[in-house]
Structures are given as structure tokens and as C-alpha cells.
Design a protein around this ligand. Structure first.
Ligand SMILES: [Zn+2]
Ligand SMILES: [Zn+2]
Length: 220
């Protein structure tokens, strides 16, 4: 697994491991917009190191609407429906997030206007699992999830079991630009949080049926 650290070093256009900044999108792909019409904020993006099983070599991007800050609730059925990233199953009302994974990519022309563009660093670390099979709770990519409320497993719409990709611990703060509005219902006046600051587990489709085939599990 790789531990992810938010540094205080400003990111520049072309950086691939960032919070905020210039998203690396597929050619022809538009900047994700929320169902409410608002352009989503780029919380973070990173190149998944090549030695991370299944997902190594992909570029991961995590967006959330700057005006919608809620939790993603567990669906009743572990089989996710078609287009679950766009029309999430109940009790979720709408998709205010977009998690993307892809290989090709071109830099967007402009930077995210909400979050400070800062570089991320990734540091390789040995995963140590406890007797329940939980890994370390950390902002990390690869390794094992550290479940707070017990494991959750889902099957992608394409029929493939989703696999753990990335964890964002509770109340990880993403510093906002001074001129940006404070995030609604944030735990901080100066930072944005993902999914109300819940623990976030990104489960992704190993079959790569769609760049957005990722389900964000929340626990607290
Ligand atoms: Zn929205
Ligand atoms: Zn799939």
C-alpha cells in the first residue's frame, strides 16, 4: 500500500498527484458536473503506483459537488444497478460525487476553483493486518481496508466483484482557496471534507467496465 500525504507545496499545471489543481481527464471527457448543475470540485487525483495489484497504472480522480455535502448510504442490495455512479441506488437521492479511473489523459485547461492546488506524495509502506483482516486506517491507496463497522462488499453492474482501492479517513481536510465559499456542513471553516467527513472506502471495478465504476462506501 501507499500512504498519501497532502503537502504544503503548491501544485502546478501538469502535476498528476494533487488535491485541487488541473484534473487529468480522458480526451473528450468533460469536467464532471453534479446533478444540480454545479461543476464538481477536484478533491484529489493520483497515479496509482504500478505495483498496486489490479489497479496499478491507472489515474484516479475524486470529485464531489462543492454545494452538496452528504453521506453515501449503503444500498439494500449488494448487486449495484446499471449506471450506479450516475443514478445511485436508494436511499441515495442523487450522485453528487464522481470517482474516475483511467489510463489516457489530458490536462484540463483550468484549475479547480475551490480547493488549494497542493501536491500529494505517495510513500510505500507495508500493510499490517489485524486478526479481523483489517489494514491500517490511513489515507492510502492499495492495501487492505480498515473497516470501522465491518466489511461491505458490492458487485458492479457488470457482474464483477468490486475491489478495495483507496481509503480516506474521517475528517481528512482538503484546504480551500481563501476566496472560495466555506463548504456547507463542513467540519472546518478552512477545509472541505468528502462525504460529510465520513470514513471513505473507494471500491472499484477490476473489469474497468466504465471509468466511473467506483462505489464510495461510507462508515463512521
Ligand atoms: Zn450539487
Ligand atoms: Zn464493472
Amino acid at each position: 500500500m501507499y500512504l498519501i500525504e497532502i503537502t504544503s507545496t503548491p501544485a502546478v499545471a501538469g502535476d498528476r498527484n494533487t488535491i485541487g489543481g488541473w484534473p487529468i481527464l480522458d480526451p473528450g471527457q468533460t469536467w464532471p458536473a453534479c446533478r444540480c448543475g454545479t461543476q464538481m470540485a477536484l478533491f484529489f487525483q493520483l497515479d496509482i503506483p504500478l505495483d498496486v495489484p489490479t489497479f496499478g497504472g491507472d489515474h484516479l480522480l475524486a470529485f464531489q459537488c462543492p454545494r452538496h455535502n452528504e453521506a453515501c448510504f449503503p444500498p439494500r442490495d449488494r448487486q449495484l444497478p446499471a449506471l450506479y455512479w450516475d443514478q445511485p441506488p436508494p436511499p441515495n437521492k442523487m450522485s453528487f460525487w464522481r470517482i474516475l479511473r483511467q489510463r489516457a489523459g489530458v490536462r484540463a485547461a483550468s484549475a479547480d476553483p475551490h480547493l488549494q492546488p497542493l501536491r500529494l506524495t505517495l510513500e510505500r509502506a507495508e500493510e499490517v493486518s489485524d486478526r479481523h483482516g483489517n489494514g491500517a486506517s490511513a489515507f492510502k491507496v492499495g492495501g487492505l481496508p480498515a473497516w470501522i463497522q465491518g466489511p461491505e462488499n458490492y458487485r458492479c453492474a457488470c457482474g464483477t466483484e468490486l475491489a478495495f482501492l483507496c481509503q480516506v479517513p474521517e475528517n481528512v481536510g482538503f484546504p480551500k482557496r481563501p476566496e472560495a465559499e466555506p463548504q456547507i456542513d463542513s467540519f472546518s471553516a478552512a477545509e472541505y471534507g468528502m462525504f460529510l467527513g465520513n470514513e471513505v472506502y473507494l471500491l472499484a471495478c477490476p473489469a474497468r467496465c466504465d471509468p466511473a465504476a467506483v462505489w464510495p462506501v461510507n462508515q463512521n
